[in-house]
Design a protein around this ligand. Structure first.
Ligand code: PHE
Length: 337
């Protein structure tokens, strides 16, 4: 019996390396593994083996069966993964494409915005994402307990006295004013956080690009012309804009900037909620209290500030109707942008 097992082992050992494709493997399987196969035939003979020999014979037979099955499984996977069943090398076959990553659409829009502002003479600055109440609110002229604080639902840090996740990039304005002297022409891109219900138009974590321009005799006309120069480069000469009076504690007067809706061309649709306009930025003349908080004399200097939502700009750029697409990491979406 042992001899039979060993000769079958030898026979299998010689045949296995010569199997070239799935069909041959299947033939092999039928010959050895199935109920009527050669290994099973040996198994049947176990009952005639003497009690003393049973453990050894059983063990060898098991090794033969398991080893053969494992090898078949391995070859099966190998054959399934090769498109060409012939082992010959076909040099005319095209190579396999490697997956290449690319820049995230939000980041490429951000870089593009930064480049345009740089070309208009702005420098780039950054600030911390974990801010204190002073920079995020107080210094920006939000009085304590003022309802304007509720406009921006804030994530507060556990344990940290008055630490929070910044709700906008405006606190970087204060840091720049404290660190430098006018003239100031800076943009401040970065990530911001708000405790918002997540839907097609808003996320709890998104990006803004802040702008600050301070010098002598800066007026609202400078703000308008800067924004329009930027937006025409970003969206093309034909895009339409409007400045809508608004309120921010840190600017006076304040305006929200709208662009004509990319989907309906201004006729009114779902994206623009039927108005024909989409809001892309907040802006205004820097409030004297904010200049003072930054150590700048409002009697001598004036300035303007603006803040764009980058995801909004990217949605406009790529015609995306749901902001969540950016962060679901579906390669099919990101790849086509
Ligand atoms: N910080 C404001 C916001 O997040 C935008 C803004 C920036 C408005 C600068 C005016 C000036 O909504």
């Amino acid at each position: 019996m042992l001899n039979d097992i060993r000769s079958l082992l030898k026979e299998i050992g010689e045949k296995l390396p010569n199997l070239k494709n799935s069909e041959q493997l299947e033939q092999f399987r039928l010959e050895y593994i199935v109920k009527k196969g050669k290994i099973q035939a040996l198994m049947q003979r176990m009952k005639d083996v003497s009690k003393a020999d049973k453990p050894l014979v059983g063990k060898e037979l098991n090794i033969l069966r398991k080893g053969t099955e494992a090898k078949i499984k391995e070859l099966k996977e190998k054959f399934e993964n090769t498109t060409d069943s012939s082992p010959d090398l076909d040099l005319t076959l095209p190579g396999r494409r490697r997956f290449t990553g690319s820049k995230h659409p939000v980041m490429s829009v951000m870089d593009e915005m930064v480049d345009i502002f740089k070309s208009l003479g702005f420098t780039v600055a950054e600030g911390p994402e974990i801010e204190d109440d002073y920079h995020n609110f107080d210094a920006l002229n939000f009085p304590p307990d003022h309802p304007a604080r509720d406009m921006q639902d804030t994530f507060f840090m556990k344990g940290g006295e008055d630490l929070l996740l910044r709700t906008h990039t405006s606190p970087v304005q204060i840091r720049i004013m404290k660190d430098s002297q006018p003239p100031i022409r800076s943009i401040m891109p970065g990530r911001v956080y708000r405790n918002e219900a997540i839907n097609a138009r808003s996320l709890a974590e998104f990006h803004q690009i802040e702008g600050l321009y301070i010098d002598k005799n800066v007026t609202l006309a400078d703000l308008k012309s800067t924004i329009i120069s930027f937006a025409k480069k970003m969206y093309g000469e034909n895009s339409q804009f409007r400045f809508r009076p608004s309120f921010f504690p840190f600017t006076e007067p304040s305006a929200e900037i709208d662009i004509s809706c990319y989907l309906c061309g201004g006729e009114g649709c779902k994206i623009c909620k039927g108005t024909g306009w989409l809001e892309i930025a907040g802006s205004g003349m820097v409030h004297p209290n904010v200049l003072k908080a930054g150590g700048i004399d409002p009697e001598v200097y004036s300035g303007f500030a603006f803040g764009f939502g980058i995801e909004r700009v990217a949605m406009l750029r790529y015609g995306i109707t749901d902001i969540r697409y950016f962060y679901e990491n579906d390669i099919r979406v990101l790849d086509q942008l």
